[in-house]
Design a protein around this ligand. Structure first.
Ligand SMILES: Nc1ncnc2c1ncn2[C@@H]1O[C@H](COP(=O)(O)OP(=O)(O)OP(=O)(O)O)[C@@H](O)[C@H]1O
Ligand SMILES: [Mg+2]
Length: 241
C-alpha cells in the first residue's frame, strides 16, 4: 500500500512490485537451500512480461509467491497496491480468486468436470456463475476455438485444446493479473505458438497484465519486458524494449 501513489495510470511502473524477496526451502537434514536471494522487480500494468532462467532457478517458486500460493521468508509482494505479503490466508485466497488467473504447464483441468464446468469453476468460487457468467464462459470458449467442445470432458481433448480450455478458465473472471507457468511447455512447437498468440491476444484485448515463465527464447522475445532469474536474483534485460 505505502509507496505507490494513488490513481496509477495504466503506464505506472510496478503494477506488480516485488521488493527484496528471499525464499529458501527447508531440507530434510534441517538445512535451508536458498532459492531466491534478493528479488526486486516491477511489472507494469497492461504489459506482457516473460521470465526466463535455467531449470531450478526458482521461476515457479516466484510465480507461486506472486499468486500468494506460498509466502516468502522476507520481502514484499504488492499487486495493484495491495500488499499480498501482509494479508492473512483468507484475504489472500479471496484476492487470488478475484484478481489472479493462473495457467499451468500441465493444464490442471478437473477431470470430473466438463470443459464448460471447468471454465465456470473460478466464477462459482466467486458466486458469479450466473447467466452472465455462463455467457462469458461460452464466449471465451468460442474465442479460444473450442466452443464445440464445451460439454466434453478434458481427457477427450488434445494437449492444445486442454491448454485453450485452461486459458479460458484463467481469464473467465477477468483477473487483473494472469500468471502463466510455461504454458506452452507441454505442447508441440506449432500448437505452442498458436496458444501463445491466443493468450497474448486475449490479454492485450482485455488490458490484463501477463507474467509468464517460458523456456522459449522466441516467445520471450515477443514480450514487452524480459526478466532473467539468475543466482537468486531477477535481472531485467534492458535491451528488450
Ligand atoms: N517444496 C519444495 N521443497 C523443497 N525444495 C523445493 C520445493 N519446491 C521447489 N524446490 C526446489 O527449489 C528450486 C527451484 O524450483 P522451481 O520449481 O522454482 O524451479 P524452476 O525455475 O521453476 O525450474 P523448472 O524450469 O525446471 O520448472 C529447485 O531446486 C527445486 O528442487
Ligand atoms: Mg518451473
Amino acid at each position: 500500500m505505502q509507496e505507490t501513489s494513488p490513481g496509477s495510470s495504466p503506464t505506472t511502473p510496478g503494477f506488480v512490485r516485488l521488493r527484496g524477496i528471499v525464499k529458501s526451502y527447508l531440507e530434510e537434514d534441517g538445512t535451508r537451500t536458498p532459492i531466491l536471494e534478493n528479488v526486486t522487480a516491477d511489472f507494469p500494468r497492461s504489459t506482457v512480461s516473460a521470465i526466463v532462467g535455467r531449470s531450478g532457478s526458482g521461476k515457479t517458486t516466484l510465480l507461486n509467491l506472486m499468486a500468494g500460493l506460498d509466502q516468502p521468508d522476507q520481502g514484499v509482494v504488492e499487486i495493484d497496491r495491495f500488499q499480498l505479503t501482509a494479508m492473512n490466508d483468507t484475504a489472500t485466497t479471496l484476492f487470488r480468486r478475484r484478481s489472479i488467473g493462473f495457467i499451468f504447464q500441465f493444464f490442471n483441468l478437473l477431470p470430473s468436470l466438463t470443459v464448460l464446468e471447468n471454465v465456470l469453476f473460478p466464477l462459482a468460487l466467486n458466486q458469479a456463475d450466473d447467466a452472465m457468467g455462463q455467457q462469458r464462459a461460452f464466449e471465451l470458449l468460442e474465442r479460444v476455438g473450442i466452443g464445440k467442445r464445451a460439454h466434453t470432458f478434458p481427457d477427450r481433448l488434445s494437449g492444445g485444446e486442454r491448454q485453450r480450455a485452461a486459458i479460458a478458465r484463467a481469464l473467465v473472471h477477468r483477473p487483473l493479473l494472469l500468471l502463466a507457468d510455461e504454458p506452452t511447455g507441454n505442447l508441440d512447437h506449432k500448437t505452442g505458438r498458436d496458444v501463445m498468440a491466443l493468450m497474448t491476444h486475449l490479454v492485450r484485448a482485455e488490458q490484463m497484465t501477463l507474467i509468464m515463465v517460458t523456456h522459449s527464447e522466441a516467445f520471450a522475445a515477443q514480450a514487452d519486458l524480459l526478466f532473467r532469474l539468475e543466482e537468486g536474483r531477477c535481472l531485467q534485460k534492458p535491451e528488450q524494449h
